[in-house]
Ligand binder design. Structure first.
Ligand SMILES: [Zn+2]
Ligand SMILES: [Zn+2]
Length: 407
């Protein structure tokens, strides 16, 4: 049983809770809690993070062991008090990781993705990126360095991560007495708000006392407006992941002198030049096929996300048994599908070529399985001929996209 990765069960559990949240929201007549595009985009980003995590989690753990074995400062035993100390230490490290994630451009570039969503529900909890996971691991290294055993640290990180999932919902109102100690959905909702008085508040993940101690605590008063102060007007999978790195690079290019360039990378996001993003969007996102139309054929997206989730669940379960070519295939086919989902929402002109790419990847993989890889050009030739003879791209636009006016 040792090769089974039980994180595979996180995916069905996530969808079960999401389903319950959606049903309860419907019953309470609060449809505004969910938005189709934003849910698809949040889940896509979550799938990518879980997927890439499979490839790098082991190296995170090895790093904790390396630090613990060679550089630990104290020899901390394992008893019940140490577990309590570890919960507190984990949340304290989280507080500073999270706060710096909002105060330093380079870290914000990774963390901003978690804040794109203008809907606050369980899907927003899934909006974590691999960049964020890497930066966070850097911060977590403090724990084995102090002398907490890596196996304890790893267990605690799973508990800590699971807790924060449940704070992303609007269905639980204020629980005032609990807020003295614990982060509740209302407290974390304030962290996701863009109203002036709610900005840069409530960084804690489990406990509210770090925020109270460092003066960043804010309780819910007026109903918050969720999302960024300057919302990202794109559901492009890649743009959502990388836009802020491009913004930093652009600011860095525009800055003169060492101090200004340093500030571009490590300064505060509050000082980011606000006309950089529109300029970049003009440069990179002007390729919409139908800018004023919305997708009507939603089932196509659901099917793709459903297949990705199923693949990811099985893949996670059997990860240690698979060979590298299988792993690379699953990784790339899921990533291309997620880019495809974003491109569908965005009506990108190039989406059709992505469909070809995907077919090509699948056929090549099967040829490889059958030891016939040298025949890779056959599906390629068939696709080129099919496109020339039947202009499939036009049919695709008309049939699959089935666009409707969105006014
Ligand atoms: Zn945050
Ligand atoms: Zn959050």
């Amino acid at each position: 049983m040792e090769h089974i990765n039980f994180l595979a069960f996180a995916m069905p559990a996530f969808f079960l809770f999401l389903f319950l949240e959606y049903k309860i929201a419907q019953r309470r007549k609060r449809p505004e809690i969910f938005n189709y595009e934003s849910s698809v985009s949040n889940i896509s980003i979550g799938i990518a993070e879980r997927l890439i995590n499979l490839f790098i989690a082991a190296s995170f753990y090895q790093l904790y062991y390396l630090i613990y074995d060679n550089y630990r400062i104290f020899d901390i035993p394992s008893n019940v008090f140490v577990w309590i100390a570890l919960i507190l230490a984990t949340d304290f490290v989280w507080y500073w990781y999270h706060r710096l994630g909002h105060e330093v451009n380079f870290f914000w570039a990774a963390h901003i993705v978690h804040h794109h969503s203008e809907e606050f529900n369980f899907t927003a909890a899934a909006r974590i990126t691999t960049f964020q996971a890497v930066i966070r691991t850097g911060f977590w290294c403090v724990l084995p360095l102090l002398g907490f055993h890596p196996s304890m640290v790893i267990t605690m990180l799973i508990v800590h991560g699971a807790y924060s999932f449940f704070t992303h919902t609007q269905l639980i109102g204020r629980i005032k007495w609990l807020e003295y100690v614990f982060v509740t959905p209302s407290v974390h909702g304030i962290h996701h708000a863009s109203d002036e008085k709610y900005l840069d508040k409530n960084y804690g993940d489990m406990f509210t006392f770090w925020d109270r101690l460092f003066g960043t605590f804010q309780e819910e008063e007026e109903k918050p407006k969720y999302g960024l102060t300057h919302p990202l007007k794109s559901y492009s999978f890649l743009w959502q992941h990388f836009h802020y790195y491009f913004e930093i690079y652009e600011l860095w290019k525009r800055s003169t002198g060492f101090k200004a360039k340093w500030k571009a990378v490590f300064g505060s996001p509050a000082h980011m030049d606000q006309d950089i993003r529109p300029t970049l969007e003009k440069r990179f996102l002007q390729d919409k096929a139908n800018p004023h139309q919305r997708l009507r054929f939603k089932n196509y997206l659901y099917i793709q996300l459903g297949i990705c989730t199923l693949f990811l669940t099985v893949f996670t379960y059997y990860f240690d048994w698979l060979y590298i070519p299988d792993k690379v295939f699953v990784l790339s086919i899921i990533l291309v599908t997620l880019v495809n989902c974003g491109a569908l929402l965005e009506q990108r002109r190039w989406i059709y070529y992505l469909e070809y790419l995907r077919i090509f990847m699948v056929t090549t993989y099967f040829l490889y399985q059958e030891n016939l890889l040298s025949f890779f050009f056959i599906p390629l030739a068939i696709m080129i001929f099919a496109e020339q003879l039947f202009s499939l791209s036009t049919h695709y636009q008309n049939v699959v996209l089935q666009l409707e006016r969105s006014e």
